[in-house]
Design a protein around this ligand. Structure first.
Ligand SMILES: [Zn+2]
Length: 447
């Protein structure tokens, strides 16, 4: 297997990737809370882990990638009231809207897309076990996690527990033993969605939802990679780890990967800051390939700045790639030449770039170079068709690993007849005829 290095936030360094089970990789990344249309930034982790999945599969691993829907949350209850819907109707509606975006972005189908509401009984028994182990307790109307039960608390976000306590906001109404303790379950009989369980009537907290879904879907206490946006590192992921440490004595995932922010005017795009641009609107204005290229243009751990100009530029680049590919593809197809012959040096350079913590910029230089050569070969009268065929074959394979979709419609018999007529007109110096056909062929991307 190829040597792969990934940046592990938990260890705070690049680490050689070694799966827990040979040849297999299990990945989980936190999905959206489905109470409204998500902003563009939500899709940066999605695109990143889709790329990682594609790359690892290309390396020969059997990858199971999972992401959840948080469909139990106070924000959902509140918004359901605003929209006059049940919580389920509301979340189903926004899940559908989210999935429309996934399709446009050419995201591979996931191994599973669990919803928190489907794992309530498992969450309740998980919390009950934590209570039995002394890691959770009831304080007032909440069941809390006892942060002191995890001596490694703060390891992911590199924070010292005493500093965290002194910096924590003290809520005078709380029944917490320690200001850092967090709610696992809210015991309630309010008019929001609630469930009758072994620990009483109520609903789970977000941090418990994810850890239980990870354990349940993969049916194991430790998976290979857990990821999400950079902002989830603390407290969400720290709290997932704390529960896993208390329950299974594992850190839940062997590698923790965090994706940088999407900025707008230098500030993190977020719903709460009111500076967000909805993903669905962006995907109406720009192609899925363009939006994907925009995300991939910056290393996944660095912040990326959203502007319409940046997206337009990414769209243009994707269109330029498609046009070059299409033109050369049609040229070969008219000669009845199939695409074949992987250019090994290009493939290796590309894969080694991705193996270095997903260095897409370096990988893209291979595609850029190939497109330049495709363009120069395509216009030659006596083009080297064997070289052109392997360039297109390799370009197509590499761009698919990046999740770019440069699918080209096959030429119809009618198109082929038109090309034949055009070539004959030129040979016969019938310029009136060739001038008439040229724009039609250009429109189809054949010329
Ligand atoms: Zn999560």
């Amino acid at each position: 297997m190829r040597s792969i290095k990934l940046y592990d936030t938990y260890e705070g360094k690049l680490r050689e990737f070694v799966p827990l089970e040979e040849g297999k990789v299990d990945i989980y990344y936190c999905g959206p809370t489905v109470y409204n249309y998500v902003h563009l930034g939500n899709f940066r982790p999605t695109v990143t882990f889709d790329l990682l999945t594609r790359f690892l599969r290309e390396c020969g691993y059997k990858v199971r990638c999972v992401s959840n829907y948080t469909d139990i949350d106070d924000k959902i209850i509140k918004q359901a009231k605003v929209e006059g819907k049940s919580e389920k109707e509301l979340s189903e509606f926004y899940i559908q809207a989210y999935e429309d975006c996934l399709n446009k972005l050419n995201i591979l189908p996931l191994f599973a897309h669990p919803k928190a509401s489907e794992y309530i009984d498992k969450m309740a028994s998980f919390i009950k076990d934590l209570e039995d182990k002394g890691a959770a307790y009831q304080g007032g109307d909440d069941i809390y996690f006892r942060v002191n039960s995890d001596e490694k608390y703060g390891a992911l976000s590199k924070q010292n527990i005493d500093d965290l306590i002194s910096g924590a906001r003290i809520d005078i109404n709380t029944k917490k033993e320690n200001p850092l303790d967090f709610a696992l379950w809210k015991l309630t009989d309010d008019d929001g969605i609630k469930f009758d369980t072994v620990i009483g009537r109520g609903r789970p907290g977000w941090h418990t939802e994810c850890v239980v879904m990870v354990n349940s879907v993969f049916n194991k206490p430790l998976i290979d990679i857990h990821g999400g946006g950079f902002d989830l590192k603390f407290p969400h992921h720290e709290n997932e780890i704390a529960q896993s440490e208390a329950y299974h004595h594992t850190q839940l995932a062997n590698y923790w990967m965090h994706v940088g922010f999407l900025l707008t005017n230098g500030v993190k795009m977020s719903k709460s800051l009111g500076n967000s641009t909805l993903a669905k609107d962006v995907l109406e204005r720009h192609s899925g390939n363009g939006v994907r290229l925009f995300f991939l243009s910056t290393h996944y751990r660095a912040p990326v700045n959203y502007t319409e100009e940046n997206l337009i530029a990414a769209d243009k680049l994707s269109q330029r790639y498609l046009n070059s590919f299409k033109k050369a593809y049609y040229r070969l197809s008219l000669e009845n030449i199939a695409l074949e012959g992987l250019i090994t040096e290009d493939y290796e350079e590309f894969m080694n770039a991705l193996a270095s913590d997903l260095n897409v910029s370096n990988a893209m230089t291979v595609l850029d170079r190939e497109v330049k050569e495709i363009n120069s070969l395509s216009i030659k009268k006596d083009a080297d068709f064997t070289r052109l065929s392997s360039l297109l074959f390799t370009f197509s394979k590499l761009s698919t690993i990046l999740g770019l979709d440069f699918h080209v419609e096959e030429l119809s018999n009618e198109d082929k007849a038109m090309v034949k007529a055009y070539n004959e007109a030129r040979e016969n110096k019938d310029y009136a005829k060739s001038d008439e056909l040229r724009p039609l062929l250009m429109e189809k991307g054949i010329l």
